[in-house]
Design a binder for this molecule. Structure first.
Ligand code: AR6
Length: 181
């Protein structure tokens, strides 16, 4: 499923983000950039040791921020390591931090002059963010950004399971039919 915002395609795909051929893929990392399970583990396994070497040099990334490394053995030239919030009920600024993680990732892409980027569902796994809210924030933040930054041609959400894909597609349908809510 996809939608178009001015010149940018925003697409949803079911699959493994490590196989993406966009200029950058985004990792759902932790602040210590130490690697871990989920999509983080998959990206480091597929990309090889050079990504972790660069992460060690960078050392730390605050929640809501994003840092860039090369893509190692991946097809994507860059990995943008974004740190989403751990969900603790919603009263601790989680929505703003999740929005910031997407926005900062897009800013890193713009700074590098990239035209295409793939995202996983940041914070929606181990970090426990309710999926419908996470999908809404993800889509709204990317839509708002590409309206201001026409240089991004393609933003893909690469979702690992059918249930996550279905929630993103129902949020996208709502946004296409009724605008922002
Ligand atoms: N491609 C795309 N999406 C994936 C893949 C993949 N190969 N593998 C998992 N997902 P999570 P978080 C989905 O837990 O919630 C790590 O240990 C997964 O199904 O990876 O932000 C880090 O080091 C889910 O929908 O990230 C942090 O400590 C989504 O990616 C912590 O987990 C995000 O799930 C970050 O937790």
């Amino acid at each position: 499923m996809e939608m178009q915002i001015d010149g940018t395609i925003i697409a949803l795909a079911l699959g493994d983000i490590t196989l993406e051929e966009t200029d950058a893929i985004v990792n759902a990392a932790n602040s210590g950039l130490r690697g871990g399970g989920g999509v983080d583990g998959a990206i480091h396994r597929a990309g090889g040791g050079s990504i972790m070497e660069e992460c060690r040099k960078i050392g730390f990334c605050p929640t809501g921020q994003a840092v860039v490394t090369g893509g190692g053995n991946l097809k994507a030239r860059y990995v943008i390591h974004a740190v989403g919030p751990i969900y603790r009920g919603g009263g601790r600024g989680e929505a703003d931090l999740l929005k910031s993680a997407y926005r900062e990732s897009l800013k890193r892409a713009t700074e590098k002059g990239l035209r295409s980027i793939s995202f996983p569902a940041i914070s929606a796994g181990v970090y426990g963010y309710p999926l419908d809210e996470a999908a809404h924030i993800a889509l709204m933040t990317v839509i708002d950004y590409v309206k201001e930054h026409r240089e991004i041609d393609l933003a893909r959400f690469v979702l690992f399971s059918r249930d996550v894909y279905d929630v993103f597609s129902s949020e996208m349908k709502k946004l296409m039919c009724c605008g922002r809510s």
